[in-house]
Design a protein around this ligand. Structure first.
Ligand code: IPM
Ligand code: MG
Length: 359
């Protein structure tokens, strides 16, 4: 059966990096008969410009009908003056929520070829392979009430709400334990249970769910310590599971351990395994349209799509190996460039991956 992919390039560097990932998919589609079909939609600032909303109705229904979604990036200075409700980021948050993509897998893997690109010492990061499982449709990102209100004394007060129900915690816990079972069987749950009641409950539910996974070792860590441990000794972690906001922050830190945020893919899955796939980096407006961006995070995101949503492990392995081979040849976009390496453009990096796929 045809596998329908909704393609949402978005803003900034989004269109350039998505174009390279699609070239990779099209190559494999022809080479392996994967039966993939693509349809484009607008999201973020691009959605706003065309339809006055960052998540146009057509885009949402396209995504609901698709088997998987590929997203580039959203946002940019052009749309920053807009009111919150129509900011590009709202398009992204809206689609995560509408499609119930509660489980966000963000792997941080250090390619040995890029050990020099990390700001940390090679022995701290070499061999790094960790997975952050971020809750994506709840917590303070979505909690009500929220807003800015006027106090009696005339002062304004901003407020957001951190909420998690037991069922929301339970399902992300299962996701983390199942992920750990396929890896090194360790889960570290990150919370702030010493201060926030909501994450005290988070900790209790993690302990309860852990009983069903006796082969997985569960530990708990406060988020401030976790941030420190991530840069002190990141290899102690296998799977980290955490709330929406803590996961947002820790995954950027984890990304930098690997040298560049331009390398990291992500998968956001619903309960059935349908997913949206996107690089974890943003729209990088400063380099947009210049053919400078690193397309590897997006290319690795489509490898995750093939693996998690379509069960095409061989095709996914081929992409991951091709990225490795491309790096072996010495090509580097500017974000991962180091002395002696060949500086290449977005499209040239795409070429290098496709050449590696051709073998
Ligand atoms: C991410 C991004 C988003 C988030 C923004 C763009 C809304 O930082 O995917 O990590 O905060 O979730
Ligand atoms: Mg983020």
């Amino acid at each position: 059966m045809t596998k329908k992919i909704a393609v949402l390039p978005g803003d900034g560097i989004g269109p350039e990096i998505v174009a390279e990932a699609i070239r990779v998919l099209e190559f494999l589609n022809a080479d392996m008969g994967l039966d993939l079909s693509f349809e484009n939609g607008l999201i973020g600032g691009a959605g706003y410009d065309a339809h006055s909303t960052p998540l146009p109705e057509q885009t949402l229904s396209l995504c609901k009908q698709a088997d998987a979604v590929l997203l580039g990036a959203v946002g940019g200075p052009k749309w920053e003056p807009l009111e919150h409700a129509v900011r590009p980021e709202r398009g992204l948050l809206g689609i995560r929520s509408e499609l119930q993509l509660f489980s966000n897998l963000r792997p941080a893997i250090l390619y040995p070829q890029l050990a020099d690109a990390s700001t940390l010492k090679p022995d701290v990061v070499s061999g790094l392979d960790l997975m952050i499982v971020r809750e994506l449709t709840g917590g303070i990102y979505f909690g009500q009430p929220r807003g800015v209100r006027a106090l009696k004394n005339g002062e304004k007060q901003g407020f957001n709400t951190l909420v998690y129900s037991e069922s929301e915690i339970r399902r992300i816990a299962h996701s983390a334990f199942l992920t750990a079972q396929k890896r090194n069987k360790k889960v570290c749950s990150v919370d702030k249970a010493n201060v926030l009641e909501c994450t005290e409950l988070w900790r209790e539910v993690m302990d309860e769910v852990a009983k069903g996974y006796p082969d997985v070792m569960l530990s708990h860590m406060y988020v401030d310590n976790a941030a420190m441990q991530l840069v002190r000794a990141p290899k102690q972690f296998d799977v980290m599971v955490t709330t929406n906001m803590f996961g947002d922050i820790l995954s950027d830190t984890a990304a930098m351990l690997t040298g560049s945020i331009g390398m990291l893919p992500s998968a956001s899955l619903d309960e059935q395994g349908k997913g949206m796939y996107e690089p974890i980096h943003g729209s990088a407006p400063d380099i947009a349209g210049k053919n400078l961006a690193n397309p590897l995070a997006t290319i690795l995101s489509v490898a995750m799509m093939l693996r998690y949503t379509f069960g095409e492990a061989i095709a996914a392995d081929r992409i991951e190996k091709a990225v490795d081979t491309a790096l072996d040849t010495g090509v580097r976009t500017s974000d991962i460039h180091s002395e002696g390496m060949q500086k290449v453009s977005t499209a040239q990096m795409g070429d290098a991956v496709i050449n590696a796929l051709k073998g």
